[in-house]
Every structure is written in C-alpha cells, then in structure tokens.
Design a protein around this ligand. Sequence first.
Ligand SMILES: C[S@@+](CC[C@H](N)C(=O)[O-])C[C@H]1O[C@@H](n2cnc3c(N)ncnc32)[C@H](O)[C@@H]1O
Length: 234
Amino acid sequence: MDPLQFDKIGHRYNDVTNLPSVWLLEDILKSQIGPIQGLDVLDLACGNGYWSRRSIDWGAKKVVGVDISKVMVDNAQLQARAEDPSEFHVVDCIAPFNMGAFDLVLGIWLLNYAKDKTELLTMWQNIFHSLKPGGRFVGVIPNYEILQTTACGQEYHFGGVTYKVLERITEGTRIQVILDTTDPIASICYMLEPGLHEECAAQAGFSNLRWEPLPSELDVDLGPLFFQIVTASC
Ligand SMILES: C[S@@+](CC[C@H](N)C(=O)[O-])C[C@H]1O[C@@H](n2cnc3c(N)ncnc32)[C@H](O)[C@@H]1O
C-alpha cells in the first residue's frame, strides 16, 4: 500500500461528506461518542479534519488532528475556522509517537491502514499511550463480516461506498475502497481479523475492547452496515 495515497486524493476527499452513508455514520458515531463538553480530543488519521471540526461543534475543549498525509493536514488547517481550538500535524501512526494525553482519542478509518500485526500493535500502543486515565478510544473500521462473506474480486456496495475484496492475506483481507463522489476516490487498505485487534489492544494495555452494536434508537433494519465501531477505555 502507498502510505501517501491520500496526498494524491487531496481536496477531492472533501466531497465524501455528501455521501448518504457518511450521514448515517455521523448519526451513529455521535451517539456512540456521547457528550464531550470540555474534553481534549486527539483525532488520529484526521484527513481533512472533518471529525476534528465536528468534535469542536459537539463541545470539545481542544482538538489535535494528525495524519500521515501532508496534503490532508494542509487541507485540515485550511478548513479550520479561525476560532477553532485545533491544531494539525503530520504524524505516522504506525511509528511510536507522543502527542500528549487526551480524554478522547478518535481513530475514524485509521486501524484499517495497518497491514500486519506489527503495524496494528504500534497503532494500538499509540492509542493507549495517548489516553489520560479514564480516557476513551472510539474507532471506525470496515465491517469484517461483510468482507469475509464477499468473495475475492467481488464488490459490496452501501450508500455510495464500494468495497472490492482484492485478496486474503495471512491475518485478514486487502481491499479497495471506492467512494462514489463527483470525482470518485479509490484507495487501498486492510481489515485485519477482529481477534488480532483484540490481541494487540490487550498487549497495548487495554482490557475492555468492545465491538459496539448499533444504538438502540436506530430502529430501522438497514442490514449489515459497511462499518464497525470499536471502543476501548483506560
Ligand atoms: C479514509 S481517510 C479518513 C479521514 C478522516 N478520519 C475521515 O473519516 O474523514 C483515511 C486517512 O488515514 C490517513 N492515514 C493512513 N495511514 C496512516 C498512518 N499510518 N498514520 C496516520 N494517518 C494515516 C490517510 O492519509 C487518510 O487521510
């Protein structure tokens, strides 16, 4: 995988928030995150800073966003409103880092860029070390069950998002994600086995990783969603 593939995607990623699937994700994520008034938030793989800005809208005291792509970080900085208590940095989350201690760490489409156990473990260690005692992690990754039941070479579609299963690898699946924006965006990532996430999270220090069910207030049957929310706390 090209770690800087989002440098080439750049500002085209801004269109993603027009996809119905992202509106659905936002509703579910907001309910999962809950009240964040006055909290310090670290937004890992922040991209163009969409969730950083939403976190401020939802009451965060301060947000630090990091991403491996300088183009995405520049985009996040450009879109930050003058009064936003936010800052953005170029950081690779598969190398150990120290960004300080936060009440809430977000990893929205982060963990799916780890291609093997070594990279996944470093990500989970970075998450653990970035949390204050009592702090919480909320992450979003592709739905593993969907990818397991989609044959190699086949596609799964949901609300403007397409997953094409490219190959099975030792510890999971390599996929192409195509976002049906005005100028469609394609990128490559992975979904490693849930058991491997549990193992790496535990090795990093977490004892309570949870694969979150859909919130109970969502009473329509949407079938399997394209994403899975994962949480853990210190
Ligand atoms: C699908 S985008 C999601 C952006 C944002 N979280 C959102 O949901 O709008 C994935 C982001 O992960 C970033 N990324 C991929 N690998 C990374 C790594 N090792 N460290 C930090 N960021 C990474 C990419 O540059 C890209 O901006």
